[in-house]
Design a protein around this ligand. Structure first.
Ligand code: SAH
Length: 370
């Protein structure tokens, strides 16, 4: 069995239907509803004959194996570490709020974008994830958290709207086709509204152009972090290929095509991008696009020495943006204690295990920083 063999979640409904040759017509709906509406594992679909469940399971083996799950924020944030069939590791994060559940999933094992402050970028790129590997992160997380809640009907999903955000490891627009197929599965088969699906990009222009022409109005978030090319080239090197001016042009086209508000992510890094002059530059960039700004206090990562801006500085920065006519929200960080917050995913079993003892953690950090 290799990573190339499809899993059940790699197949669209139409592709799966072809495998059900000779089964009664209602079988397809039974399996599909069980998997995507009730979100139950194939093995538990007791209205489907056991022999058929086994045959499907043998032909289309699981894409992911859960290696570990860790919780923080009094159980409201859970990070899952998954092993892919070829041994690569990815992470996804579940965040529960009062009336919604947000699932943050990975689109690649590692990332080639090399943003200096991002843990995934520091590790480098392994490979694109398949549709099945992305869809399985969502279904697996919901099933796991539902069973952790001990009752399928009071679990993570029920009663709360689900948001799916491509904000885990990887650059989704560098894996466009598989990401879009996953979006269609979430929307068409699971019934998640396009407005509850967010694709976050560092600014991969060809992907944004394709997204503008795609049928569903999903949310677009752009990880900006700097509004002048000199600084952005340094902290998000893809800016050398897709500089700010070109990015603004395609974002304006996107907005016109979709009539959707774009949002900018801005990690607040003390002394780097949190000065009044940075706020003025950001406002000048964001205002013509009517973009909303999300301010995220920088999360610590092993390979980046800078510190987050203080809470006062972030408030002040938001006020400066407001005075320039730009709306900003300060994001509360979730899951920092388990390295599950924005930019902290790196799917490294070893580091997390070593982190149980404090001195080892410090050694590990110095080693990586050198
Ligand atoms: N590659 C995509 C998806 C990653 S989303 C993108 O760049 O948008 C992860 C988000 O967390 C991005 O906005 C990213 O810029 C941000 N981020 C990365 N490292 C961070 C850190 N150390 N602190 C806060 N946010 C960070």
């Amino acid at each position: 069995m290799t990573a190339a063999d499809p899993s059940l979640e790699d197949l669209s409904r139409t592709e799966f239907a072809e495998l059900l040759d000779g089964e009664p017509a209602y079988r397809l709906g039974q399996v599909w509803d069980g998997l995507y509406r009730q979100r139950r594992p194939l093995a538990e679909l007791s209205n489907v004959p056991k022999a058929l469940r086994h045959a499907i399971g043998d032909l289309l083996p699981d894409a992911l194996t859960l290696v570990r799950s860790q919780s923080a924020d009094r159980g409201s944030t859970t990070k899952h570490l998954w092993s892919l069939r070829d041994g690569h590791l990815v992470e996804s994060v579940l965040m529960r709020y009062r009336n919604r559940t947000t699932l943050c999933i990975s689109s690649q094992a590692g990332c080639a974008m090399a943003c200096s402050f991002c843990a995934t970028g520091q590790v480098g790129f392994d490979r694109n994830l398949t549709v099945g590997e992305m869809v399985s992160q969502v279904l697996g997380t919901l099933q796991h958290s539902d069973s952790a809640d001990q009752a399928i009907n009071s679990g993570a999903a029920s009663g709360r709207a689900i948001n799916i955000v491509f904000m885990g490891m990887g650059e989704p627009l560098a894996n466009y086709d598989a990401v879009w197929a996953a979006v269609e599965r979430f929307h068409g088969d699971m019934g998640v509204g396009a407005r509850h699906i967010t694709i976050s990009t560092v600014g991969v222009i060809p992907g944004i152009v394709r997204l503008a022409a795609a049928p569903l109005p999903v949310n677009l978030a752009v990880s900006l972090h700097a509004a002048n090319d000199r600084l952005r080239n340094r902290i998000a090197p893809i800016n050398r290929t897709y500089p700010l001016r070109d990015l603004a042009r395609v974002l304006a086209d996107y907005r016109r095509a979709k009539r959707r508000r774009i949002s900018f992510e801005w990690a607040m890094i003390s002394g780097v991008n949190d000065r009044d002059s940075d706020a003025a530059e950001l406002a000048a960039y964001a205002r013509p696009l009517a973009a909303h700004v999300n301010l995220i206090p920088l999360n610590p990562t092993p390979g980046y020495g800078h510190t987050p801006s203080t809470a006062e500085r972030i408030e002040h920065f938001a006020d400066r943006l407001a005075s320039h006519g730009v709306n900003a929200t300060v994001r509360a960080n979730r899951g920092t204690s388990i390295d599950a917050a924005c930019g902290q995913l790196r799917a490294d079993k070893q580091v997390s295990i070593q982190r149980r003892s404090r001195p080892a953690r410090r050694d590990e950090r110095t080693r990586i920083e050198r």
